[in-house]
Design a protein around this ligand. Structure first.
Ligand code: GRF
Length: 191
């Protein structure tokens, strides 16, 4: 099955870029229909536009509350016939209404081996804890932060000399491959 994908970002968008490239070069069957950012100043939006992808900024700060923001987001995604939402550095926790509407259609990438190191500052905490392995996880999004069903993971060895920055780089390289692999897997599972 080929999905109509929306990628939701807040920042840099390197995972987003890899998904767009995989779509453009036929590595995935699915189509990246749109990229949405809640942050009007993100560089990721410009990167997506350079690939001819339709972009949309829905700035959560312009809404009175989260429910209104998510309602607008949801309506936009419905209008675009989206059936797979890929969170890629999207820094908003989605609420119950949104998640219920898009049940098992939202996936996220997280830079740790969940269920370890949920939330923010994952690399720093991994270094501080002295873990020997870390990695990344793609999971379905449910109502609890970074707790939905795990779809796939990849690991990296953490060496003595690793810093927060070097670990982040190592994991990000794995993330880029894992996200594509998971989309391919979901395409197969839904055939
Ligand atoms: C990635 O580390 C991802 O795991 C996390 O946010 C970061 C986004 O990076 N959720 P990028 O914007 O894709 O470069």
């Amino acid at each position: 099955m080929a999905f109509n994908i929306a990628i939701l970002i807040s920042g840099n968008g390197s995972n987003m870029l890899k998904i767009i490239q995989a779509y453009k070069n036929g590595q995935i069957k699915s189509k990246v229909v749109t990229v949405v950012s809640n942050n009007p100043n993100t560089i990721g939006i410009k990167k997506a536009q350079s690939y001819g992808i339709i972009t949309k900024v829905i700035n959560h700060r312009e809404f009175n509350n989260t429910i209104q923001f998510e309602k607008t987001l949801s309506e936009y995604l419905f209008k675009k016939s989206i059936n797979l939402i890929c969170l890629a550095g999207f820094m908003r926790v989605l609420g119950k209404n949104f998640i219920t509407k898009w049940d098992r259609k939202i996936i996220n990438i997280h830079p740790s081996l969940l269920p370890s190191f949920k939330g923010l500052n994952t690399h720093k905490r991994a270094i501080e804890q002295g873990v020997k392995y870390s990695g990344c996880t793609v999971h379905y999004v449910n109502e609890s932060l970074d707790s939905g069903e795990i779809i796939d993971q990849d690991i990296v060895r953490v060496s003595e000399s690793d810093s927060e920055i070097s670990l982040k780089k190592k994991i990000l390289m794995k993330e880029h491959k894992l996200y594509i692999k998971v989309i391919q897997k979901l395409e197969k599972n839904c055939d």
